[in-house]
Design a protein around this ligand. Sequence first.
Ligand code: BGC
Length: 266
Amino acid sequence: MQISLKGQVALVTGASSGLGAAAAKGLADSGAAVVVNFHSQAGPAEKLVDEIRAAGGQAIAVGADVSKEKEVEQLFEKTIEAFGRLDILLANSGLQQDAAVDQMTLEQWNTVINVNLTGQFLCARAALRQFATQEIRPDISRALGKIIHMSSVHQVIPWAGHVNYAASKGGVDLLMRSIAQEVGERRIRVNSIAPGAIRTAINTKATSGDAENKLLKLIPYGRVGEPEDVANAVVWLASDASDYIHGATLFIDGGMSLYPGFRDNG
Ligand code: BGC
């Protein structure tokens, strides 16, 4: 199946590195004009924009902290200024601040919840407000708009030492499904992607040397994921090839969420 996102505009938050960067590239390769949002890494974001343009695509880089209401509003204003509409939001920005639960500071808790959960709410709300000003364009998509939330296997797998992160992703699940229930009849599709262990900077330690062998015990499919594994799914979920998929979470985890500890009978 050939997927074309030609004529569509995609906004990817946290796109200066990791999964966001790979997804932005994938969306652009499929024909979408892409807004590459970054928090602090303007350099890598600009570099990605240059790469997309060199390959014949359209992209701009826009800085914004997704946990700040005003900055999110400005991010969407700049998107519309540059490309005139919005079709796809990938709410991807996320971070980890790990600590044992009894050592975790309120600041570590708040930082992770603010970016990973409140940031996704603010971006989804801004996208919905923008979609409300647009009409369906059947020549480019059957949907009025598509929102994809970046979740994690930790929306279902508890994670000791990371309670802020797991709580934020558990929150993303019900945020996504509640929004999907609320706005589906407007022909807005809302879904999540839940990656497992993917080879990105957030995972450098966990995916090298001995740590990688330990990690592989948790992955029935027997390999660490690559950013492109996730980017391909983002492109598909953003396209009409998945037009009847709504309120779903797509786990891209090589089976990490299959309780592999039970392979040998528990
Ligand atoms: C985290 C990674 C982790 C993976 C599986 C992801 O959501 O960001 O650091 O390796 O879950 O545990």
